[in-house]
Design a protein. Structure first.
Length: 370
């Protein structure tokens, strides 16, 4: 299994987070590291921290420090206590971006993740772990009574939601042309200086998402050696650390070439094959871009053009276009996007069918005009 930059990054962040956790959480993470990714365990531990902080704020435990919360105190939490916590979580709002004041309510899937993380911890404490004489930390598991709310949507419904949030038809081409030729006109002099500095890099990032459909962590883990200009392919590290090869459009390769032409001069970056492809200049030294930095880049340009999008929405855009261009070739779509289940790829077929339905309605309007 390949160790990615993301893997190392979250291992370090997890290590820092665990310093303030009770001993049983540290042991839980240590026992789960072989079967869970550092990112998953980092998110779980953040959920634990929020839960423990809430217990202290609500005086449901007698201590004032998270590290001092005993496993035994978790045994006596009532069902009402736990339900009140998940009500608190479901009503929270979070900032969409560090640079914007826009907020969104936490969705059902995120609430479900909070439930899953705590259910996992409580199962570990009551069933999986052995403290002494073959016994667990405690036996009463209140989290067993907390249901995971199913998010039931048909493919058609999910496809419709995607269509509303991505670039359809040739809007992705219009977007790239906007960034290339019109975006600068909307900027202040200070903003324009930063844009000119990063234009080739940012444009190559946007073009790569729309020309390959890769995920954000696959992009930030790219090294120079991973680009095969002759075969028009890139090597990526998929979920679970699996290596894969995906095709890339010739136009995106040209945009990467233009970025590489200025990369050394603008970012003081090395040109060795093991160097990370996308970097920034931090205090005179090159640093690889983080997932969050790339997300902010995508947010900035898409919001200026039309509607704010994430890198994943650009991936959806590519996948929808690929489904349309290939006539819905499921094996091809699965291979290109790294899907392991065909129902995910079928989502883009349904998105294309929605476009076909709209086209049929427009065609029918010609008859009604007569």
């Amino acid at each position: 299994m390949a160790i990615t930059k993301q893997h190392e990054y979250y291992e370090k962040r997890l290590e820092v987070l665990l310093k303030d956790m009770p001993e049983y959480v540290v042991k839980y993470v240590d026992d789960k590291l072989d079967i869970r990714s550092p990112l998953t365990l980092y998110n779980y531990t953040r959920d634990f921290k929020e839960f423990f902080g809430w217990l202290i704020a609500e005086d449901l435990v007698t201590c004032s420090s998270i590290r001092d919360i005993t496993a035994e105190s978790l045994e006596f939490l009532s069902l009402d206590d736990v339900n009140n916590y998940f009500k608190f979580i479901s009503r929270k709002k979070y900032k969409v971006s560090k640079k914007d004041n826009e907020t969104k309510k936490i969705d059902t899937r995120t609430v479900n993740r909070h439930k899953s993380s705590l259910r996992s911890l409580f199962k570990y404490l009551t069933v999986e772990a052995e403290v002494s004489a073959g016994k667990p930390y405690f036996e009463r598991n209140v989290m067993e009574k907390i249901p995971i709310k199913k998010v039931s949507e048909t493919l058609n419904e999910r496809a419709k939601k995607i269509t509303d949030k991505i670039f359809i038809e040739d809007k992705d081409v219009d977007f790239l042309e906007y960034v290339q030729n019109e975006y600068a006109a909307s900027l202040s002099p200070a903003q324009l200086r930063y844009f000119k500095r990063d234009k080739e890099r940012d444009y190559a990032i946007l073009s790569l998402f729309l020309g390959s459909g890769i995920r954000v962590n696959e992009l930030t883990n790219l090294r120079i050696k991973d680009i095969d200009f002759g075969a028009k392919e890139i090597s990526v590290i998929r979920k679970g650390g699996k290596k894969d090869t995906v095709s890339i459009t010739p136009s995106s390769l040209e945009d990467i070439t233009r970025y590489l032409d200025v990369r050394k001069e603008k970012y003081k970056a090395g040109e060795g094959e093991n160097e990370y492809l996308f970097v920034k200049n931090f205090k005179g030294q090159p640093e690889p871009l983080t997932n969050r930095a790339v997300e902010d880049i995508v947010y900035k340009y898409t919001k200026s053009f039309d509607k704010r999008m994430s890198p994943h929405k650009l991936r959806h855009t590519y996948a929808t276009n690929l489904a349309e261009q290939t006539g819905g070739d499921i094996p091809l779509i699965m291979n290109q996007l790294g899907h392991t289940q065909s129902d995910i790829s079928l989502l883009y077929i349904n998105t294309t069918r929605e476009k076909q339905r709209l086209a049929a309605e427009l065609m029918d309007q010609r008859r009604k005009k007569k």
